[in-house]
Design a protein around this ligand. Structure first.
Ligand SMILES: Cc1ncc(COP(=O)(O)O)c(C=O)c1O
Length: 386
């Protein structure tokens, strides 16, 4: 590819043009997918193009990484085959023993991994309410806490943690702050600009946005950080790089990220307002509503909208919530989020025993259908409730 478009174009323009380069050989606007596993050496045994082998490196993956790096205002990005792979590889790369702090309410599978597997890898995890910044300050152990992990807005209650304040605490304690920003997306929040060291995405969600790729990303603020070096080295050794076909699909999704997220924010706000005035709904959790705790912080930390994720608590309890979900026709009952189609999930039954998720809660991922259709479908589904 020719060189990327020069700065100072906005990240939005950079993403829409997939970096802005064209294929040097053919002039193709969309980059060819690099499927090769190996690269020719010169007669002098050098690698003239810098590529050696596909386990540590791939040009299609690099293109998508460059776009995410720009979107997040970072220095380096590593793409791996899932969001879980991204998070776990970061924890595995920490120097051990490692004390880490993580939220009580966060993406359930990662919390589970930290709680059940972490100790085998020298990780001691303390789970706390990271929306309480003073509690984070009281829990951090200078010299021992290697990483503070936060997720904001946090699944599935959409509580907000203060990135800038917690970054200062991590820095003071000699640790790092990593933010799972999957649901904020780089359109609404840039954790690295607020002082975080690493931003992680389940790129399976909004970054790809079409429910047809599994991927995860880690973007680092400091390209010389030992944690970046270790995570990158482990990816090369373990072969946990994203595949080129997935990277190409992800690149296609990234080109439309901004328009998708803008639409999803508007629709989610409309759905949240309609549900707030519905007598069959006990509570609506959406950072865009003044009634949701953390709204003021969200208004500072998220620019341009409050995201496409919200939850409703249905009057009548768990059975009523499950019955309402069963009556939906437009919303699909499925796990995951951030795609073009709207999804509903009875989250407590997915998370199982010990979940902090209330049983009457339905998690809503707002897609690209019209808000009117989505609201009408919820209203007809709530018939018989309350
Ligand atoms: C906030 C958040 N983080 C991480 C993950 C894990 O991502 P993946 O499913 O791509 O492994 C998810 C998946 O649902 C998520 O919602």
């Amino acid at each position: 590819m020719s060189d990327d478009i020069a700065k100072p174009v906005t990240p939005e323009t950079f993403a829409a043009q997939a970096g802005g380069g064209v294929d040097v050989e053919t002039g193709a606007i969309v980059a060819p997918i690099h499927v090769t596993t190996t690269y020719e050496r010169g007669a002098d045994l050098a690698y003239p193009k810098g590529y050696v082998y596909a386990r540590p490196d791939n040009a299609t993956v690099r293109q998508a990484e460059a776009v995410i790096t720009r979107l997040e205002h970072g220095a380096e990005t590593l793409l791996v085959p899932s969001g879980m792979a991204a998070a776990v590889s970061l924890f595995l790369a920490l120097d051990k023993p490692a004390h880490v702090i993580a939220p009580t309410v966060m993406y359930w599978s990662l919390r589970n991994w930290l709680a059940t597997e972490g100790a085998r890898y020298g990780i001691e995890a303390t789970f706390i309410d990271t929306t309480d910044t003073d509690l984070v300050a009281r829990t951090v152990r200078p010299g021992e806490t290697k990483l503070i992990w936060i997720e904001t807005p946090g699944n599935p209650l959409w509580q907000i943690s203060d990135i800038a304040a917690i970054a200062a605490i991590a820095n003071w304690a000699g640790g790092l702050l990593a933010v799972d920003s999957t649901c904020a997306t780089p359109v609404l929040t840039n954790p690295l600009k607020l002082g975080a060291d690493i931003v992680m995405h389940s790129a399976t969600k909004y970054l790809n946005g079409h429910s047809d790729v599994m991927a995860g990303s880690l973007t680092f603020a400091d390209p010389t950080s030992p944690l970046f070096e270790a995570t990158s080295r482990l990816r090369g050794q373990h072969g946990t790089i994203l595949g080129p076909f997935e990277a190409a699909l992800l690149m296609r999704g990234l080109r439309t990220l901004h328009v998708r997220v803008a639409h999803q924010c508007r629709s989610a706000m409309a759905v949240a307002k309609a549900m707030s005035s519905d007598s069959r709904v006990a509570d609506v959790l959406y950072p865009g509503l003044k009634t949701t705790p953390g709204h003021a912080l969200a208004a500072r930390q998220m620019t341009g909208g409050f995201g496409g994720m919200l939850s409703i608590r249905v009057k009548g309890g768990e059975a009523a919530a499950i019955a309402a979900a069963a009556r939906l026709r437009v919303w699909k009952r499925a796990t995951s989020l951030g795609g073009v189609e709207s999804l509903v999930e009875h989250r407590a039954s997915v998370e199982g025993a010990g979940t902090p998720c209330p049983p009457d809660l339905l998690r809503l991922s707002v897609g690209l259908e019209t808000a009117d259709d989505l609201i009408a479908d919820l209203q007809q589904a709530l018939v018989g409730n309350g």
